[in-house]
Design a protein around this ligand. Structure first.
Ligand code: ADP
Length: 632
C-alpha cells in the first residue's frame, strides 16, 4: 500500500465551502468565539487520547501531561493553539477539515435564506467548529500528528478559507495538533496577551485541561528571565465542582462547549448522587432544536465519563428517546473504564441511572413549566418530541401528560398552550371525559362539524393537529382518571351533561326519521357502514364518524400518504334532522335525486374534515346536476 505523502491541493466539499463563506460574512459581530471553538476541539482531542490510552499507555509517548498552549507573535501577526491530544492522520484531516460530516447538513443548508442576520443565527445553531478560525484569520495552518504515527507522518494543512486547501506530510516531534491563525488586516489586536487571556477566561474557564500561556513580563525583567508558563483557566472539570461555586455564566459556557450551540440553554440540572449508585450528572435543556432532531441517525445522548475520564460522546443509553434533546454529562463511579456501548446496553446500573436521569429531566421541565413564557419556548421547540413520551415510557405517563400543551376551543388559537390540568379545571358539571378532535391542520380542527354540539353546550375540546397526536392519544388513554374521547369516534355519549329530556327527544327524532335513514343506507351501501341520526351537529347537515375502536380518519390519511396499507373500514354517516337540506331530502320522492343528494352529503362530510374524495369528478357532476335543477 502506498501512503500519500506528496503535497496536494484539494477543493473543499461544496457544503464546507458554503459554510465557510457564510460564517466569515455573518459572524463578524461575535469574532471571539473562534477561541472557544478551537479550545473546545483541543480539549476533545485530549479526552480522546486519554480514552485510547486506557488500552495503550504508550500513546502518551514521553509527554503524559495533557495541556493546551496558546501563544501569539505580534510581529508575525499570528495566534497558535497547540494541543498534545490525539492528533489526526492525513485521512482524518481530509475527512474532518475538508468536509462537513455532520448529519443534517443538507437540511441545514436548505434552510439558509441569504439574509446574513438570520443565517448567522442559524449557523450558530448548527455549530461552526474549526472553520470559525477564518472569522479572524485569512490563512490557517494546521500541523498535526496522530498519537500512534511516526514523526515523519505528521500532516501540514493550509488554507485561505476560500475554495481549496493544501495538504502535505511533514515531520512533527510532539504529537497532537497545532493550529496557526494568520490574522486578517484589522484583527491584529487579537495577538495580545491580555486580550487572549480575557477571552480564554470568558469562554474556556471550565475546560478541565490546563490552558497555558507564557507569563507576561515587563521591561528589563523580560530580558533577564527565562520564560515561564502559567495556567489561565480553572482547569477542573466543571461538574465536579459544587453548585454554589459555579456561576450561571460558567454553566452556560460549559453548555456551549459540550453542545456546540451558540445560544444559552433554557435551563440545567446539576446533581451529585451517592449511595446505591454513585454518579454526577449535569443535564441541559437547549433553547433551540438542533437540525437533526427528527433524524434517526441524529446526534443524541450524553457525554459519558467514568471517574473523570472521558469515555464516549453520544451515550444514548442514559435517556429515553423522547428526551433526546437533552445535552449533558454523566460521570459514573460505578462503571468500569473499559465500558463499551454493548456493555452499557446490558448493565442494570445503566438502567437505574436512566430512570433516575429521566426523572431529573421531567422534574426540570415541571419546574420550567412554572414560567409560562420560558415553557412556551421549550414547547415550541421540543413539544412534539415530548409527545412521544407516553408511548415510550408508560411508567412516567402521568408526569409527561402533565407537561403536555394543546390548543383548544377554549382559546381558539393555534398556540399550543393549554395544559390538561387547566382543561380539567374547566370541565362542565357532569362531564366525565376529556374531548379532543384530530385534524390535519388548525383550521380544519377548529371548524370540524364534530365540534358543533360541544360549542352549543360550552364544552371544551382539544384541537390536535400534529402528526404524532393520533399516536399520542392511542397511548395516553387517561389522565387523572379521566379518559380521553375522540369526538369523531363511536356513538356520542355526553353522559350526565345531557338532560333526560334531551335524550328523550332524540329518541323521538330517531323514530321519526327511521324511514329516511333506511333509504340513505340503500343509497350509500358502498360508502358507509351505517347511517345514524346525529346528536353532534347543529349547523352542518352531516358528518362522518368512525367506530370506537377503528383507526381515526387523520391516522388513516397519514398512513395512506406514507404508502402503507390500512385495513378497510367504512365510516358511519350521521345526519342532522334539523338541517333544511336533510328535511328536503326526506321529502324527495325521486329516487335518483335522493341518491345524488345522499352521495353529495357524504362527499361534503368527507371534505369538511379535510379528507380527499375518492371520485372528485363524480362529486362535481352530481353537484352541478343538482344546481341546474335550481334554474328549471
Ligand atoms: P466538531 O468539533 O463539531 O466535530 P469541527 O469542525 O470543530 O467540528 O471539527 C471537525 C473534526 O475535526 C472534529 O470532530 C475532530 O475530529 C477534528 N479535530 C478538530 N480539531 C482537532 C484537534 N485539535 N485535534 C484532533 N482532532 C481535531
Amino acid at each position: 500500500m502506498t501512503v500519500a505523502t506528496a503535497k496536494e491541493t484539494r477543493g473543499f466539499a461544496t457544503e464546507a465551502k458554503q459554510l465557510l463563506h457564510l460564517m466569515i460574512h455573518s459572524l463578524y459581530s461575535n469574532k471571539e468565539i473562534f477561541m472557544r471553538e478551537l479550545v473546545s476541539n483541543a480539549s476533545d482531542a485530549a479526552d480522546k487520547l486519554r480514552f485510547e490510552a486506557l488500552e495503550n499507555a504508550s500513546l502518551y509517548e514521553d509527554d503524559p501531561n495533557l495541556r493546551i498552549r496558546v501563544s501569539f507573535d505580534k510581529d508575525a501577526n499570528t495566534i497558535t493553539i497547540d494541543d498534545n491530544g490525539i492528533g489526526m492522520s492525513r485521512e482524518e484531516v481530509i475527512e474532518n477539515l475538508g468536509t462537513i460530516a455532520k448529519s443534517g447538513t443538507a437540511q441545514f443548508m436548505s434552510k439558509l435564506s441569504g439574509d446574513q442576520k438570520k443565517d448567522a443565527q442559524l449557523i450558530g445553531q448548527f455549530g461552526v467548529g474549526f472553520y470559525s478560525a477564518f472569522i479572524v484569520a485569512d490563512k490557517v495552518e494546521v500541523f498535526t500528528r496522530r498519537a500512534d504515527a511516526a514523526i515523519d507522518q505528521a500532516v501540514h494543512w493550509t488554507s485561505t478559507g476560500e475554495a481549496d486547501y493544501t495538504i502535505e506530510n511533514v515531520e512533527k516531534s510532539g504529537r497532537g495538533t497545532q493550529v496557526v491563525l494568520h490574522l486578517k488586516k484589522g484583527e491584529e489586536d487579537f495577538a495580545d496577551g491580555w486580550r487572549l487571556r480575557s477571552i480564554i477566561k470568558k469562554y474556556s474557564d471550565h475546560i478541565s485541561l490546563p490552558i497555558v500561556m507564557e507569563k507576561q513580563s515587563f521591561g528589563d525583567e523580560a530580558e533577564a528571565q527565562e520564560s515561564e508558563d502559567e495556567t489561565i483557566n480553572k482547569a477542573t472539570a466543571l461538574w465536579t465542582r459544587s453548585r454554589s461555586d459555579i456561576t450561571d455564566e460558567e454553566y452556560k459556557e460549559f453548555y456551549k462547549h459540550i453542545s456546540h450551540d451558540f445560544a444559552d440553554p433554557l435551563s440545567w440540572s446539576h446533581n451529585r448522587v451517592e449511595g446505591k449508585l454513585d454518579y454526577t450528572c449535569l443535564l441541559y435543556l437547549p433553547a433551540r432544536a438542533p437540525f437533526d432532531l427528527y433524524n434517526r441517525e441524529g446526534a443524541r445522548g450524553l457525554k459519558l465519563y467514568v471517574q473523570r475520564t472521558f469515555i464516549m460522546d453520544q451515550a444514548e443509553q442514559f435517556l429515553p428517546l423522547y428526551l433526546r434533546f437533552i445535552k449533558g454529562v454523566v460521570d459514573s463511579n460505578d462503571l468500569s473504564l473499559n465500558v463499551s456501548r454493548e456493555i452499557l446496553q446490558k448493565d442494570p446500573n445503566v438502567d437505574n441511572m436512566k430512570s433516575a436521569l429521566t426523572k431529573r429531566v421531567l422534574d426540570m421541565l415541571t419546574k420550567l413549566a412554572g414560567d409560562q413564557e420560558q415553557y412556551a419556548k421549550f414547547w415550541k421547540e421540543f413539544g412534539q418530541v415530548l409527545k412521544e413520551g407516553p408511548a415510550e415510557d408508560y411508567a412516567n405517563k402521568e408526569k409527561i401528560a402533565k407537561l403536555l400543551r394543546f390548543s383548544s376551543t377554549h382559546t381558539n388559537s393555534p398556540e399550543q398552550d393549554q395544559s390538561l390540568d387547566q382543561y380539567i379545571e374547566r370541565m362542565k358539571e357532569g362531564q366525565e371525559k376529556i374531548y379532543y378532535v384530530v385534524a390535519e391542520n388548525f383550521n380544519t380542527a377548529k371548524n370540524s362539524p364534530h365540534l358543533e354540539v360541544f360549542r352549543k353546550k360550552g364544552i371544551e375540546v382539544l384541537l390536535l393537529t400534529d402528526r404524532v397526536d393520533d399516536w399520542l392519544m392511542g397511548h395516553l388513554v387517561d389522565y387523572r382518571e379521566k379518559s380521553f374521547q375522540d369526538v369523531s369516534k363511536g356513538e356520542l355519549d355526553l353522559g350526565a351533561i345531557e338532560t333526560e329530556e334531551e335524550k328523550q327527544s332524540q329518541k323521538e327524532t330517531e323514530k321519526q326519521f327511521e324511514n329516511m335513514v333506511g333509504r340513505m343506507k340503500g343509497a350509500l351501501t358502498e360508502e358507509v357502514e351505517d347511517v345514524r341520526i346525529t346528536h353532534r351537529l347543529t349547523d352542518s347537515p352531516a358528518c362522518l364518524v368512525v367506530g370506537e375502536h377503528d383507526m381515526g380518519a387523520q391516522m388513516r390519511r397519514l398512513l395512506e400518504s406514507a404508502g402503507q396499507k390500512v385495513p378497510d373500514a367504512k365510516p358511519i354517516i350521521e345526519i342532522n334532522p334539523e338541517h333544511p337540506l336533510v328535511v328536503k331530502l326526506d321529502q324527495e320522492q325521486d329516487e335518483d335525486r335522493f341518491n345524488d343528494l345522499a352521495k353529495v352529503l357524504f362527499d361534503q362530510a368527507s371534505l369538511a374534515e379535510g379528507g380527499h374524495l375518492k371520485d372528485p369528478a363524480a362529486y362535481v357532476q352530481r353537484l352541478n346536476k343538482l344546481l341546474l335543477d335550481l334554474f328549471v
